[in-house]
Design a protein around this ligand. Structure first.
Ligand code: MBD
Ligand code: FE
Length: 278
């Protein structure tokens, strides 16, 4: 049955999708015989999600994978995955080669991340922007899990590729991320008897004028959660990487590193912004 027929304006996108959403939710209530008590608990849950600042977290864990699939279906170049709740749009702009902003006592193995940004036809793209963000070695994100004033833009930057379209970034290996148990999203997962872990990952948006912005993540192959991401469907085969460990004593000495470090190379392919056919 159509909703609010009397007062609807022109058949806008909003009217159409809101009608569909209401129809779906009302059918859901009927089919599942939702009681008034359950309804009130759901309202209280959503109120808490808002109060605790977890709207993006909850939506991104359960819904964003589907939005990514719709928005990027049929796209060429590197495969996409979700943005997640921890992106910050104004990270420092650095020229490759560079070191991501980090605390003086930042812990965790050094990761040297290199690669090239190319068009999906294989042309290198100088001046592309690799906007990177990740957790630290304890699985914490700056501006969210680490107070903003403590380490602003920690392990975040917008890195510009060089004349060959290459980037060369020194960072730290990320760690698995556990959705906080203290909030409603964590409480829901616990009630469902589901774990709350994401495998360690690097986030990136790759941008170049004339090309479609790519939002994706790289996942560490040896992570214990690689086959059971709490965000079902976010991990894709082509996005699983296995950084190489380096522990040669002379090499470490030359580089002035006190512990083994890792290297990772990955190329990003961007689809032209306007399809050839158009
Ligand atoms: C994350 O780090 C993340 O990337 C997503 C999508 C959800 C929760 C935590
Ligand atoms: Fe993340």
């Amino acid at each position: 049955m159509s909703v609010a027929k009397a007062v609807r304006a022109e058949n806008s996108r909003l009217n159409e999708v809101f009608d569909n959403l209401l129809t779906m939710l009302r059918n859901f209530v009927k089919e599942n015989r939702i009681t008034h008590d359950e309804y009130r608990r759901a309202v209280a849950f959503m109120t808490e999600v808002g109060q605790k600042g977890e709207v993006s977290l909850l939506c991104d864990v359960f819904i964003e994978v589907s939005v990514d699939a719709v928005d990027n279906s049929g796209r060429s170049g590197t495969i996409t995955t979700i943005e997640g709740p921890f992106y910050v749009h104004d990270a420092p702009i650095l020229k490759s080669p560079c070191v991501l902003p980090q605390r003086l006592d930042e812990s965790g193995p050094v990761l040297l991340f290199t690669g090239t940004v190319l068009s999906s036809k294989g042309e290198p793209l100088p001046g592309a922007v690799l906007d990177l963000w990740q957790s630290d070695t304890h699985g914490l994100y700056s501006h969210f899990d680490i107070p903003k004033n403590e380490a602003p833009y920690n392990l975040r930057a917008r890195v510009t590729t060089d004349r060959q379209g290459k980037f060369d970034v020194q960072t730290r290996l990320p760690a698995p991320y556990e959705i906080p148990k203290s909030g409603p999203t964590g409480a829901l997962l616990a009630a469902l008897q589901r774990h709350a872990w994401r495998p360690a990952h690097l986030h990136m948006k790759v941008e170049h004028s004339g090309h479609r912005t790519l939002t994706t993540q790289l996942f560490l192959k040896k992570d214990p959660w690689i086959d059971s991401d709490v965000v079902e469907g976010a991990v894709k085969q082509a996005l699983i990487v296995d950084p190489v460990m380096h522990d040669d004593a002379d090499d470490l000495h030359r580089r002035n590193f006190s512990e083994p470090y890792f290297t990772l190379s990955y190329d990003f392919l961007l689809e032209p912004a306007i399809s050839e056919a158009a």
